[in-house]
Structures are given as structure tokens and as C-alpha cells.
Write a protein that binds this ligand. Structure first.
Ligand code: NAP
Length: 257
């Protein structure tokens, strides 16, 4: 079964690879044999990650990319393809949150979150799909676009309305893209993580408010980045060749409560 998730010969581009889950996804995909293009704005962190992956015997290439800028996305794909070859897997992971009560949310806050989390996935997804389209005949998994959504796109919580709306939009975009792109050999699926510990949120989850949230998770623990590996490898590999338009929740049962 381990071979089913072998990514040897595949090229994956991960947005938001400079830290947190995106950096973890890049390491996991590289370990499974993929050559990985690491895309984000903080190029110093990407260069460090490239070194780490290469040190472990993998192949990686760091690329500056701002997902809110179509020109930057196009240039990043050109760069990735020139150095590594045609991209088979796109992980649309870049995302931001601006926690605020709804009544205090500004138009600029709204635009920043929606431009990054939803429009960014449209722009990168369309760029990837244009390049993947027609390259595969349907006998293999074809091109795979993996959108990193959130359980908050399925069930909202307070003070994150723009984030929740962006992730709900991303889940529906996943289905709409899956529907249209099936005919051209491109699959589009989403992972909806629950609460996953990263360096950015670790302090919060160890505070009394964070601990209270964890008590609401049926499995009674915070997720770790590695808990997403199963869903990631499934969707990136040909093992998911008959899956498109799906949303896989990885949340310790959070949505059941
Ligand atoms: N951690 C969780 O509990 C959790 C749960 C559900 C869903 N998620 C989702 O998982 C994804 C990663 O979250 P995380 O916790 O790893 O967050 P994080 O540590 O804050 O990392 C976010 C990443 O997004 C990149 N990014 C932000 N704006 C960008 C832009 N305009 N262009 C390119 N890259 C951009 C950042 O890179 P630069 O600053 O270098 O550009 C960074 O690498 C997000 O989509 C998030 O919504 C996280």
C-alpha cells in the first residue's frame, strides 16, 4: 500500500511553503519522492527549507510568489517548470486570518483575507489547470489541485467571519472546478483541517482560551501537521485517481460535536 502513495516522477508546487503547514507539506511530498517547488513571499525562509529538503536527499526549488498577484503566479510557474519540469500537483495552501468581531471588520481586512484565501486559489488554480489540461489521458491520476480549506468553511466560529467566508467559498470553488476540469484530466479536491498546531498558533492553544477549544474536539487533542499527511499523500498521488470535487475533513471529530 505504501507504493500507492509513491510520488516519484511527480512535480508539486506548494504555495505558502515558507512556514507552518505549507513547509510541512513540502517536506512530506519530497519524502514521498516528488520534486517540490516552494512558493511564498519570504524567500529567505524558502531558501532554508530548500536546503533542508536537499540535505535529506530530495529535490526542491525556492520561488518568490505572491498569490494575490496573477503576474507573480505566472512567473513562478514558469520558473518552476523551467527548473523542475511540468507541475503535476498544486497545493493551494497560502492563507491568512484577521480575527475581529464582525462589526469591527474593515473593507481592507475583508479584501486582504478574500484576496489571499479565495482569489489566490482561483488565480493559482487556473494557472495550474491551464498548464495541466490535456497532458493526461485519464488512465492515471492526472493533474491534482489540492485546496487547503478549513472546518471553519463548513461550520463558522465567532470573530473570523471573513476567514470562514473565504474557506466556504474555497470549498464550493473546489467542487465547481472539479466538475469542469474532470474532462481535461485535472482533479480538484480540498482538505479541511481542524485545529492544527503550528508555530504561529502554538501560544494561543496553550492559553486557557485555546485549551477550552481543544476540550471541544472529540479526540481531545490538538492536531499536528503530520496528521494531515495521509490526506495529502492520497490526494497528491494516483491512488485518488477517481476522486474529484471532494472535501476531506481532518479534525479529530470537531465537526461532529
Ligand atoms: N493551522 C491551522 O490550524 C489551520 C487549520 C485549518 C486551515 N488552515 C489553513 O492552512 C493554511 C496554512 O496555515 P498555517 O497555519 O500554516 O499558517 P501560517 O503559518 O501563517 O502560514 C501561512 C503561509 O501562507 C503564506 N502566505 C500568506 N499570504 C501570502 C501571499 N499573499 N502570497 C503567498 N503566500 C502567502 C505565508 O508565506 P509568506 O508570508 O512567506 O508569503 C505562509 O507561508 C492556510 O490556508 C490556513 O487557512 C490552518
Amino acid at each position: 500500500m505504501a507504493d500507492a502513495f509513491d510520488l516519484t516522477g511527480k512535480i508539486a508546487l506548494i504555495t505558502g511553503a515558507s512556514q507552518g503547514l505549507g513547509a510541512g507539506f513540502a517536506v512530506t511530498l519530497a519524502r514521498a519522492g516528488a520534486k517540490v517547488a516552494l512558493a511564498a513571499r519570504q524567500t529567505g525562509k524558502l531558501a532554508e527549507l530548500q536546503k533542508q529538503i536537499e540535505g535529506a536527499g530530495g529535490t526542491a526549488h525556492a520561488i518568490a510568489m505572491d498569490v494575490t498577484d496573477a503576474g507573480s503566479i505566472r512567473a513562478a510557474f514558469d520558473d518552476a517548470e523551467a527548473v523542475l519540469g511540468p507541475v503535476d500537483v498544486l497545493v493551494n495552501n497560502a492563507g491568512i486570518a484577521i480575527p475581529k468581531p464582525f462589526l469591527e471588520l474593515t473593507e481592507a481586512d475583508w479584501d486582504a483575507v478574500l484576496d489571499t484565501n479565495l482569489k489566490g486559489c482561483f488565480l493559482a488554480g487556473q494557472e495550474a489547470a491551464k498548464r495541466m489540461a490535456g497532458r493526461h489521458d485519464g488512465s492515471t491520476g492526472g493533474g491534482s489541485i489540492i485546496n487547503i480549506a478549513s472546518v471553519l468553511g463548513l461550520a463558522p466560529i465567532g470573530h473570523l467571519s471573513s476567514y470562514c467566508a473565504s474557506k466556504a467559498g474555497l470549498i464550493h470553488l473546489t467542487k465547481a472546478m472539479g466538475l469542469e476540469l474532470a474532462r481535461v484530466g485535472v482533479r480538484v479536491n480540498a482538505i479541511a483541517p481542524g485545529y492544527i498546531e503550528t508555530p504561529m498558533n502554538s501560544d494561543f492553544f496553550h492559553s486557557p482560551a485555546g485549551e477550552k477549544l481543544i476540550k471541544g474536539v472529540p479526540q481531545r487533542r490538538l492536531g499536528q501537521a503530520e496528521d494531515l499527511d495521509g490526506a495529502l499523500l492520497l490526494l497528491a498521488s494516483d491512488a485518488s485517481r477517481y476522486m474529484t470535487g471532494t472535501v476531506i475533513t481532518v479534525d479529530g471529530g470537531f465537526l461532529l460535536d
